[in-house]
Design a protein around this ligand. Structure first.
Ligand code: SF4
Length: 276
């Protein structure tokens, strides 16, 4: 069986940057998981003494707090700054951008609509920047009952599928006087999604590696399923079921933006061993 990696996969610019920041700040703690990959977080803890704090109120003056890649809620960031904590911001610049847009558009009188997952830390953060509030939607049906004003600003979670975002925009544009659609889907997401689309069309089995709570990995898995019915989302080699590869000729591999190379390599090595 041939095993091939997608042309673009794995660590994105924002995650590489956040990990570098964490490695440069030993004996610190991230507020919430730095990235959506528990194995990499465990490595940072073991090798760099970068811990994990789930409640920002537990930071004490003098502590070093690293703001996670997905950003945090505006009020919590302000509270950290105020309480004498050394705040190191590892928010990805592609996440800072929609935060700024949310604030600017909200203050300019636009109804801010965010296409994304309300429970995701990135969206909680972006929403908190909309001074007069924002509405989070996951599909067109969520828009049907809304009473919106004439001016709408539309923002997407950075990891969303562009086709799904277009559906929301296409619904809103003919119904409102002014709809400002911001392309806040990040390039890394586009590239990884395009590459998984290409490879899954020719694969008879696809393996998508990444955290089960990683939004961009879930999107990759969804695209892969569109083109290859035998697509499997795994966190690491322990999730592999070797029967997936029986009588298969082409195994495509991709990985989410927070999946480190060493996990990808372990998966490839395990698949190779099983088919030989
Ligand atoms: S996927 Fe994009 S937005 Fe998210 S951390 Fe990576 S570069 Fe930043």
């Amino acid at each position: 069986m041939k095993i091939e990696l997608a042309e673009n996969y794995g660590f994105c610019f924002g995650v590489k940057r956040a990990i570098k920041i964490a490695e440069e700040n030993k004996n610190s703690s991230t507020y919430g998981p730095l990235i959506h990959n528990s194995k990499e977080i465990a490595r940072l803890d073991a090798d760099y003494k970068v811990g994990l704090v789930e409640d920002f109120k537990t930071f004490k003056p003098g502590d070093k707090a690293i703001v996670r890649t997905h950003g945090i809620v505006k009020e919590e960031l302000a509270a950290l700054h105020k309480s004498g904590i050394d705040v190191i911001d590892a928010t990805c610049p592609f996440v800072t951008k929609p935060q700024e847009i949310a604030q600017e558009m909200s203050e300019a009188g636009y109804d801010v609509i965010i296409f994304g997952d309300e429970a995701h830390p990135e969206i909680k953060g972006v929403k908190s920047y909309a001074t007069h509030g924002a509405i989070v939607v996951t599909n067109v049906f969520d828009l049907l009952e809304l009473k919106l004003h004439e001016k709408i600003a539309l923002i997407a979670q950075t990891t969303r599928k562009v086709e799904d975002y277009m559906e929301i925009a296409n619904y809103l544009i003919p119904r409102h006087k002014e709809v400002r659609v911001f392309n806040t889907i990040c390039n890394a997401t586009f590239e990884n999604q395009e590459a998984v689309r290409t490879i899954s069309k020719k694969a008879d089995v696809m393996i998508i590696i990444g955290g089960k709570n990683s939004s961009n990995t879930k999107q990759l898995s969804s695209i892969s399923h569109d083109y290859c019915a035998n697509s499997h989302h795994i966190e690491d080699e322990n999730d592999l079921d070797y029967s997936w590869f029986k009588d298969k000729e082409f195994c495509g591999i991709s990985a989410g933006a927070s999946t480190p190379d060493w996990i990808i390599q372990n998966v490839i090595d395990s698949i190779k061993k099983s088919v030989n």
